[in-house]
Design a protein around this ligand. Sequence first.
Ligand code: DGL
Length: 277
Amino acid sequence: MLMKLQKNAIGIFDSGFGGLTVFKSIVAQLPQYNYIYLGDNARSPYGDHSFETVYQYTLECVEWLFKQGCPLVILACNTASAKALRSIQQLDLPKKYPNNRVLGVIRPTAEVIGNRSTSKSIGVLGTRGTIKSESYLIEINKFFPEVKVYQQSCPMWVPLIENGEHENDGADYFVKQYLTGLLNQSSTIDTVLLACTHYPLLVPKIKKYLQPNLQVVSQGDIVANSLVDYLNRHTEIETQLSREAHQLFYTTGDAESFDQHATVFLEKAIVSLKVKV
Ligand code: DGL
């Protein structure tokens, strides 16, 4: 396969398509940079994989993006951020890639989400891996000790989205089931955080089953704002980035299927290439 070369791009990684919701928000705010998106579709969903497996898969994908010349990689995946980010930052980068950086999506979200809730009561929806890790409980309470965090895992949502079933009637059953599971935990929740980058595609159905006074928060803009701030503070990384506004898309799965699904996420046609990481 012919690899296209694109030096000094920002790498954006997700287990599959979900990270495209974050990619879209980042490109909207920072269109000048080059981007390489990698979806590990062949091995997704990550939600139910063990800590070790998510770490191994994520590291392989991050290293692949480093090899393409990305000085900075964003893990646009909560499951990977919860289970792999800390090990990569603390073990792998210092030893093997001291000049590269990897950022996740949990901390930037935790830093601001407490300000969005009036009742100081937040519901977090995520994959089993993200919820079990309790990363949001811990991180939100670091920044907002007064906030109560309720969690609900939604294991069927990523498979519904990855299989293009999220707009069909069958999806309603699982949307209702998990929202009920969350809201039964507390009547004070006024903010529902979609702590999985796939979930914004389910927003129309989620809103259908929530009272209008509950707000639904997606992470795309939060992560994009945080990246703008990071690049302003880290000129040693920012000055390495090329500015040709090019975007490349890679998948470990089937490229044709990636292109079809990606069109739904991005609302524009793209052409991806299949790679082995
Ligand atoms: N988009 C990923 C996340 O944010 C989905 C993980 C999965 O593959 O299950 O958690």
